[in-house]
Ligand binder design. Structure first.
Ligand code: ZN
Length: 385
């Protein structure tokens, strides 16, 4: 609750000061005298009674430009603390006041919309943001919030419209995002086997981002669904070569294309070529599966073990252990050596000491944390599963 007060006290002081200044020239009463409820509310906050404080603020007869900022700040703070119901109460109360100036009303609408978002009440939030856009007030923020809502609700057509409007008023470039929205729409069409519509959306995705890997992957899948395996293979190979980072996603799709057309041998040849060039884990693991099918378990294990000797990784070892799980005789000393090498590497990279308070990682023991200055907050780390 201290943060509430830290925030509100300066506002209170400023309000009092402004009113006092005005009273000098216009002979008005001091703010606090004019509005003792204000301090009553602060007092409740001081005593950790936020609901009573809100009652006082909500029942205050007068909300003028001095106090409205405080109401907004208080509501905002409640929202940030996750106390959304309280934030909503404060903002709804503001909006209900007929004397509220239009710019303050717009600000309160924006805040209330964010409260609703935080509470997961997307329909209500959406209509408030739309109202603001129609009023031509806080348009940019309203559009940004709407975009978040539409993405969460997977309303891709609305996301597209909103992104275009946002680009128009901010000059921002959102092509990458828009390409993904088209890909989402294409995925939906592909899921119900509507390849024509899916292809149309993918064209649009490419128009936004001609390097879109996602659009390329989807185009390959749509081609495969159409029975156009040759085109699909060409696309998947191109991705594998130009964007090897996506190989784990593309390789199974490529394999499916070859399996569909009974051309496993061609897939194997291509996989060997990729493996020879990259020595990547995905290629090695896929090859291990093929070797197991063709030559049996022992050959597969031998192949993967040899691969890991030069290219040790956590993922790779995980595959090797899984391959050996039902075979005790396979738990060889070579395997233990690999496990030990990997554990050494992991321990070397992991922190030995960690601060309970701020999360600071240390290599040596400190009785006082160098980051947050707390005493006895650093303890040795124990890794457990
Ligand atoms: Zn610390």
């Amino acid at each position: 609750m201290m943060e509430l007060l830290l925030l509100l006290l300066p506002v209170a002081a400023a309000s009092g000061w402004m009113a006092a200044k005005r009273s000098d020239c216009k002979g008005k009463q001091l703010y606090a005298e004019r509005n003792p409820d204000y301090y009553k509310g602060l007092n409740f906050l001081l005593n950790e009674q936020p609901d009573k404080a809100i009652d006082v603020f909500v029942q205050m007869l007068e909300v003028d430009s001095d106090t409205v900022e405080t109401h907004l700040a208080l509501g905002n703070l409640f929202r940030r603390r996750g106390e959304v119901d309280r934030a909503i109460r404060i903002h709804q109360n503001l909006i209900a006041r007929p004397t509220l100036k239009s710019d303050h009303r717009a600000q309160a609408l924006l805040e209330l919309g964010q409260d609703y978002m935080r509470a997961g009440l997307y329909d209500r939030a959406e209509s408030l943001f739309q109202e603001l856009i129609e009023l031509n007030l806080h348009r940019e923020q309203a559009l940004r919030n709407l975009l978040v809502i539409y993405e969460r609700e997977k309303e891709w057509s609305k996301s597209l419209d909103t992104a275009i409007r946002l680009e128009a008023i901010t000059g921002e470039q959102l092509q990458n995002q828009r390409a993904h929205y088209y890909c989402e729409l294409a995925e939906q069409a592909h899921a119900v086997a509507d390849t024509a519509v899916a292809s149309e959306y993918l064209k649009q995705a490419y128009a936004c981002d001609k390097k879109s890997v996602r659009a390329a992957i989807l185009l390959g899948e749509v081609d495969r669904a159409k029975g156009n395996h040759k085109a699909a293979i060409k696309i998947f190979k191109k991705i594998a070569e130009n964007n090897p980072a996506y190989l784990p996603i593309v390789l199974p799709s490529l394999r499916n294309c070859y399996t569909d057309t009974n051309a496993e041998l061609k897939f194997k040849q291509y996989l060997f070529k990729l493996y020879a060039e990259n020595k990547g884990l995905v290629e090695a693991v896929t090859l291990t599966q093929i070797i197991r099918d063709d030559e049996g378990h022992r050959s597969a294990v031998a192949f993967l073990k040899e691969y890991l000797t030069d290219h040790l990784s956590l993922d790779g070892l995980h595959h090797l252990v899984a391959l050996n799980l039902n075979d005790e005789s396979m738990m060889s000393s070579e395997m233990l050596l690999l496990v030990r090498r990997l554990l050494d590497k992991l321990l070397e990279e992991s922190p030995l000491y960690k601060c309970d308070t701020c999360g600071f990682n240390a290599k040596a023991m400190h009785w006082q944390c160098p980051s947050c200055n707390n005493w006895s907050s650093i303890k040795p780390v124990q890794i457990s599963v």
